[in-house]
Write a protein that binds this ligand. Sequence first.
Ligand code: DGY
Length: 327
Amino acid sequence: MNKPRILVARCVFPETIAHLSQHFEVESNQDDQDWNGAELIERLRDKDGAFTTGSVRIDAAVLAACPRLKICANMAVGYNNFDLDAMTARGVLGTNTPDVLTDTTADFGFALLMATARRICESEHYLRAGKWTKWRYDMFAGTDVHGSTLGILGMGRIGQGIARRGALGFGMKVVYHNRSRLNAATEADCKAHYVAKEELFRTADHLVLVLPYSAASHHVVGSAEIALMKPTATLVNIARGGIVDENALVQALRDGRIAAAGLDVFEGEPKVNPGLLTLSNVVLTPHIASSSVPTRKAMARLAADNLIEFFSKGRGLTPLNPQVIKA
Ligand code: DGY
């Protein structure tokens, strides 16, 4: 019997390709070429399944041109690169990689918060540039993390992980806002207090964004929200770039409306708003929050195993639209 045909649309671990090759006829992109929509379609039109990452857009046009496609397995927990409604309408299963990256991503959110609040990158650049000639009482004086108020917008698994780190490790008061309030047991476990969105912006000393990106969360943080924040506050975004109006943020950072920002994600990534690059009170990282070797391997494994599960058992391990699976 012919093996199902799979496209691995971005470069991944060689062991992932080897694993998939035991089950599928695999076409891969180990040169990591940046395919445009037409180039993606050219390779995908004769495939039964796709292994994707967050930069591979699967939309109605791609689906219409690739009628054989039955599953797209994303190596990411976020799936805003999928038009899930269009996939569902065509009976194409989408899967993502939840859980395996929760703690690594929460660790990174906290690291970015610390680096931003304590001006670690800015001071390191100063030292490397040979500018450190003497100690000064106010040198790179930042804001405290311990004992401060940690705000979290988006309280899913990663948000809860950040809350626990803040409350248990740093004695922070944790406030959060989410589409739906957590149950009392989870709130108690995270030591987190639910507040209205306005209050979150007003009270947080450090505000971390961890909500999923969709049309509804586009520019949820703009000039009006930033205007509510404390002038000493830190804003950290490890979710998706489009959640923050970057031009408004650049202006606010320039004007000292808030103290600093730590950004791992950007609206037009991998392009970065040039205004951000001119500022010293930002820490900028290239979308690496889940990037530890064990976690990236676990994500790749789970995406591959979703494909294997689907073609061997007709279901996904972590399906996003399980309604497309026939009972
Ligand atoms: C995720 O898993 O969504 C990360 O942002 C990597 O894309």
